[in-house]
Write a protein of this length. Sequence first.
Length: 169
Amino acid sequence: MSRRRTRLEKEGARPQVPDWVWGAGLGVIVLVFIGAFFLFSQLGGASNDPCGKALPALGQQTDVTAQAFADEDAALGHMIDFFNQGDVNAANTLFLGPVHNFTHNVDPPIRARNEGVAKTLCRAVLTLENVLITPQTHATPEQLAADTVEVRSALRDGAEALGFPRPTG
């Protein structure tokens, strides 16, 4: 049995796809990859920012009042004093209680009024938390005091954002 050969096979040529089809196909592939990149970068962007959403609530519900901000400001002032005296343990003990809870619990109401202030507070709190909770950081008491000043300043801004007087101390 012999097989008949087509004219193209006899001439040794293969059917060719026009260049414009190859170009269009490659263009579509490139556009799909670029679109996927932008889609996934947008979806992943919020998860890369730990302050893209409010800090999780801690402990009991916190009263959000001018007096609560003033009390928090005073407690952070004591922490700064402890750090300046080199007493990291006393400052840490003071922080890991109602002071820490307040910094988390006040984030949502501040965020509802001024997201930028809430994000600043969030970043300052996370920085201080990470340094205090992670002993490998070997932060100096001076650095810890500076980090606490940042939290205090952000909370003062938060009080103002909520319409309360700015705590002083």
